[in-house]
Design a protein around this ligand. Sequence first.
Ligand code: SF4
Ligand code: SF4
Length: 520
Amino acid sequence: MEKIDKAFTVDFNPYINLSRSHVVSVDLGHSTEGDVNVTVKIRCPCNYSCDYCVSQNIREPLALHSVPRLRAVYDQLDSFAVTFFDCGGSEPTLHPQVRELLELALEFGAAYFPTNNSVSPERWLPRKNLERLVVGAALHPEGEGKVDAFANNLLEIRDGGAHVVVIFVAHPARLSKIKDFDEYFSKLGVEMQPIPFHGYYSGKEYPLSYTEDERKIFEHSLCEGVFPHIWNWAYRLSSDMKIRDFSGIPCIAGFRTIYVDEKQQMRRCLYGLAPLERRHSRSMPCPVRFCGCGLQLDELNTYDDAFWGYWRQLGEGKSRRGDLRLEHEDLYRKNKAKYWAIMERYGKTKQLLADDVKQGKVNFPHVLYEKTNESLLEGLETYSYGNRDVHDILMSRSPGIFFNPSTKNDCLTTPYLDVLPSAKGAGRWLKITLSPAGGGSPGANCTVYLQDEQFSQISRNLLSGETNESNETGALVRYIALPEGLQRLRVVISVWDGSPTYIPNSLKIEQSACSSYANA
Ligand code: SF4
Ligand code: SF4
């Protein structure tokens, strides 16, 4: 293949704010058309023992690469390659072949290299094409005590010609340090990028459990820093992705991204174990039942927004990145809705994943549709009654039917219903009536709430244990204020203690034209 050795110079600033003061010039070698993201597995021990280590401080045995075989893989890709390294619990600067591997990666394109920055760059820094290298130097707790040595290594890497960014894991116990370290590194002209902590701390799951105030401490730099644009939605969406069975859904792995393991076998991804003879010419359906590879779906992936998109963008003069005009919150909500729409379209939300849960393959709560939207739609009747518009949903034809969740997170949902014109506007109310179930009162152990199309709860605890009110027929009734501007909604019934419950025979949703239901 044509090696990257001829002049193709573009003005290049891969990380917008990282080098606020200067835009550097980079020789990208040739067009980035058809570029590919290569993840090379690298394994060796680590010299740190961070207590939040995602790899649980596992001691990785050393695995040596055959550099000629790795070169053959790059040759076969015949494309501008952006290389990432999958390090597991390793510190890659301790790997005896680190310099060779980096030099090879930079020969064929650009690279992002993660390190704890404890080892002198003299030992590992590649000797050429450094302008195509971005080093993510993580300041871990063990590095904090020797931050000046950390900074010296950083400056040495930068003086060598590579780009540097300091990565800081925003563990809840470290949030108070972000400001000071940010100031320290900005005096050196180096951007610090806090990244969300993934894991458990004080009985809470992160990043799901960051408070609004905690998120504010690091979120702005996530959205504007070295990994612009993806962090603001990708890290939040990762907590929402309750379904990870992407089998049959077209995915860019094997086409735009390639995984190379320690035997220099080309694979689609970390979880797709089958060796790949050659790179796919288009996105192909995912072949495995569980994906732990992040998000690489053809329709929704983090790669289009990844920072190296700038390199491609500058090389090609066009961008595949998402809509920059969207506010962070809007982008997150838009992509969350897109994720669930894809899952619904490919029938994933109807799948019973209980076996996977039992086998420990799925760690996430999931949604079980005991009754599908289609069967609920069959029982949907819409009519007007006085000044109200009514959706009446037949939930169960047989009295005494149980909803028997397989996990406490399973739930029943109705189809989406339009908010009728009469109920739009400020201060409108909606009345929900759950008819009595054949075998007993519904709802004793249920939470019933409304959900909008972005899968956000817009009202909760409509119905919960002792707070239930029932009318003379035994039906349970609740009134809910409708948020202004809401277009569509559905009702979700979940069982908070995981035990079976009677399915109500019907669920009636009345939308009132009056601004107060009391007057309706
Ligand atoms: S430096 Fe990285 S791999 Fe090593 S213990 Fe810390 S988090 Fe784990
Ligand atoms: S496991 Fe994930 S990354 Fe791999 S092919 Fe399937 S969806 Fe794509």
